[in-house]
Design a binder for this molecule. Sequence first.
Ligand SMILES: Nc1ncnc2c1ncn2[C@@H]1O[C@H](COP(=O)(O)OP(=O)(O)OP(=O)(O)O)[C@@H](O)[C@H]1O
Ligand SMILES: [Mg+2]
Length: 353
Amino acid sequence: MATVQLKNVSKSYGSSMTVHDINLTIEDREFMVMVGPSGCGKSTTLRMVAGLEEITAGQLLIDGQDVTDAQPQKRDIAMVFQSYALYPHMTAYRNMAFGLMKTTKLSKPEIDARIREAAEILNITDLLGRRPKELSGGERQRVAIGRALVRQPKVFLFDEPLSNLDAKLRNRMRGELKRLHQELGLTVIYVTHDQIEAMTLGTRVAMMSKGHLQQVGAPMDIYMNPTNTFVATFIGMPEMALIPCHAAHGRIGHSAFVKDLPRAGTLPESVLIGLRPEEVTLSPTGMARARVERCELIGAEALIEVSLGSDRMIVKSPVQGAPSTGDEVGLDFDLTRMRLFDCGTGRAITVDV
Ligand SMILES: Nc1ncnc2c1ncn2[C@@H]1O[C@H](COP(=O)(O)OP(=O)(O)OP(=O)(O)O)[C@@H](O)[C@H]1O
Ligand SMILES: [Mg+2]
């Protein structure tokens, strides 16, 4: 069993507050991904969980026990860093054994058994005799994960562990991390600024911005129902289009289209309609008129940037029959799940359509 609970956790450096009042529970065997742009406080939060950074205010519980002020080694947590932080003069085997020798009373054969088992899982048995400089980036990363695995901690913390790898290797390691999590039933907190990692790895995603938790939920829930425009545009590639509209007299209006709404009376005057690329189709008889500004071929499909008046959005199209720059096109919007946001606050507005 391992649950991690952050209760009103904040962090200040001097007079500036970096992490604001975080409330978050990571359940046993959960893969929680904390995602957000650079500088939003992800690593700081993770380091507070690890005990590498003091918690300014609030409480941290692991399995219900208050560990807010506990030493890192008393928390039964292992952390894997972006830089791997392997000892350069030690072999992979020694790197994995070192922590166990220092911090546990395990016998040599017991340590050896753990290392062999982890190496088997990570497919690095043949590399155990090599030093870090004799390993590729991906292999080093596996050794760093192996070093965490052999400790059999309650909780694994990962801080951008794949960001030094090329795209292909990152993709493969993502698959392996997912497999490890499922097969071994690990409890993981994983920090990244990469929304693809968040969407593919997380059983839940905690979205952060400027030290504040914005939304916590299953990846698809966050994708479909973002709580504000920040989350809406951070998750999803190409990003969700936000089109400013006027709401009045039971309808939403834009210079390029009009849509009736049964409950428009409850809306603020200015709203943003949020549309994902897959919710917009090119159609000669479409409800909105637009102009093609740019066309990007990305393999089987093309990304078409169109303008509606002074607003822009990206539409997907099969390469065959894709329009060209300067073309006039019609657009159809799938408004069955129309998202609306308040123009001023950016918060999602619930409305029946
Ligand atoms: N020791 C420190 N003293 C003062 N400010 C700090 C310290 N460590 C971090 N910060 C500030 O706290 C903020 C959050 O930093 P943090 O490293 O947690 O961001 P992050 O979300 O992990 O970003 P990245 O994706 O770039 O790693 C940043 O503005 C950073 O400058
Ligand atoms: Mg960081």
